[in-house]
Design a protein around this ligand. Structure first.
Ligand SMILES: Cc1cc2nc3c(=O)[nH]c(=O)nc-3n(C[C@H](O)[C@H](O)[C@H](O)COP(=O)(O)OP(=O)(O)OC[C@H]3O[C@@H](n4cnc5c(N)ncnc54)[C@H](O)[C@@H]3O)c2cc1C
Length: 447
């Protein structure tokens, strides 16, 4: 069988590697428009924070290894511009010679990921402004910071990549200002938790300007100037980090069905509406494990898992995907911030009647040295008692603790049953009543 994969990062290369393991004889062609494959985008903020590290250290497996060890026909600088479903062909441009190519497929996997959303701000194309999505962006930002005297940066947006980059800039002793039009820092987060994130940013000398429309960016001899609704911000570097949107155009132009947020709709076997075409990763949608409804969550595990599952199913393994709980975790200076399941408003959108409790507990037993505060927001459904999600933050013990809730969500547990789970206890690791159990206890009283 001839398998063609568009996109050579998490989803695409997971699929290619899996396909090779299943079928040593298969013809596997990967078409990647950039010159990078298989790298950890997630590690970029931490790499940028350390001038002694090369950005290419983030490459997990170089192209050479895929070609020589896995016999994968990996073609870099190949941008697919069209899918001709009638003739089972992809058409595109080879960047070096600017030549058109046409390749036939028996099965096609679209793993084109997502692209940054550029807010509509005049002047966003000026020098010294760059978003961070792929390895080339990371390379360019690192080069810019090393070749120019950057003492002040403005970040547009306050999502997790923006927050990770705020920390990276502060590690490099660059002053940071964060600005965005919406008034809430992390709109999905409970107010109590989001206040703690705000305090942490301010304690690390990050200036925050939520609720500011950015009208224009201008470049002067001294640097860049952002004119916002109520404030003028000057800096040497601007990082727009206002989210991503799926790279679904070639799929939707070919008549494949769209999912939420213009992603590519796939079934539980990662198949699009064309039986010969699969999609996985940030470009594709997913089923939420709680509601069974479609959702779009661009995160790394789902991309790796989806790519691998697509390959399994292309080779007839019939692997049915449960879906996602939307679990995520990130670090903001000294805080671990974690989330799984629905936020309050997401729960309403998915047809639930959410009740939320906020509790404060400890990361270690009462008098144990080094114990830190852990805040938990937990949600349940008033009608069914179903556990709907949790958010937590603290200086330790949050990033992995959230996984217990994620597993509960995959198993559609009631809040009452989650409260009865036999979680671990020893003084250095938590109170005898784990913070999650305390939250579940409070929540079950209110349901
Ligand atoms: C700074 C940063 C930090 C992150 N941190 C985390 C984290 O901590 N945890 C987490 O879960 N996730 C994180 N993510 C998200 C994670 O990196 C993505 O979910 C994951 O990379 C998605 O993999 P993918 O293969 O679907 O898409 P991508 O990684 O975007 O790869 C898609 C590939 O397709 C190529 N392509 C696109 N269109 C075409 C075309 N027409 N023809 C040929 N090639 C094409 C692209 O060049 C790209 O190489 C982070 C992302 C960034 C940018």
């Amino acid at each position: 069988m001839n398998l063609v994969i568009i996109g050579g990062d998490a989803a695409g290369m997971s699929a290619a590697s899996r396909a090779r393991r299943i079928d040593p004889e298969a013809e596997i062609i990967v078409l990647e428009k950039t010159s990078d494959v298989s790298y950890s985008a997630c590690g970029m903020p931490y790499n940028i924070a350390d001038p002694n590290k090369e950005i290419d250290e983030l490459v997990v497996r170089p192209a050479k290894v895929f070609r020589e060890k896995f016999s994968i026909d990996l073609r870099l600088g190949h941008t697919v511009t069209r899918i001709d479903r009638e003739n089972n062909t992809v058409i595109g441009i080879e960047e070096q010679e600017k030549q058109e190519f046409k390749i036939n497929y028996d099965k096609l996997l679209i793993a084109t990921g997502a692209s940054p959303i550029y807010p509509d701000i005049p002047g966003l194309d000026k020098e010294g402004i760059s978003s961070l999505k792929n390895l080339q962006d990371g390379r360019q930002i690192k080069n810019y910071l090393s070749r120019n005297s950057v003492s002040k940066a403005v970040i547009i947006g306050m999502g997790y990549i923006a927050l990770e980059m705020a920390e990276a800039f502060r590690d490099l002793d660059i002053k940071v200002t964060m600005v965005k039009p919406r008034s809430q820092i992390l709109p999905w987060m409970s107010n109590q938790l989001s206040e703690t994130v705000k305090k942490e940013l301010q304690e690390n000398e990050v200036e925050l300007y939520p609720g500011q429309k950015i009208n224009k960016i201008e470049r002067h001899s001294q640097g860049l100037n952002l004119s916002c609704s109520e404030v003028e911000l000057s800096c040497d570097f601007v990082l727009p980090a206002t989210g991503v949107s799926p790279n679904s155009k070639i799929a939707l132009d070919a008549g494949l069905e769209a999912g939420p947020g213009n992603s590519i709709a796939v079934d539980r076997y990662m198949r699009t509406t064309d039986p010969n075409i699969y999609a996985a990763g940030d470009c594709a949608d997913a089923y939420h494990v709680l509601s069974g409804k479609k959702t779009w969550v661009p995160l790394a595990l789902w991309a790796n898992r989806g790519g691998r599952a697509a390959a399994d199913n292309i080779y007839g393994k019939n692997l049915r995907m449960q879906g996602i709980a939307s679990t995520s975790v990130f670090k903001v200076f000294n805080l671990e911030v974690a989330k799984t399941g629905f936020s309050y408003f997401e729960a309403i959108e998915h047809g639930f009647d959410p009740v939320e409790v906020n509790i404060s507990s400890r990361s270690r037993a009462h008098n144990h040295p080094g114990s830190k505060t852990i805040q938990v927001a937990m949600l349940g459904d008033r009608n069914t008692g179903l556990l709907l999600g949790a958010q937590m933050l603290g200086m330790e013990g949050c990033a992995h603790r959230i996984n217990a809730v994620a597993v509960a969500l995959h198993n559609n547990m009631l809040v009452e049953d989650f409260w009865q789970t036999d979680l671990s206890y020893a003084p250095p690791f938590g109170p005898v009543w784990d913070p999650l159990l305390t939250a579940a206890n409070q929540l079950s009283k209110q349901l």
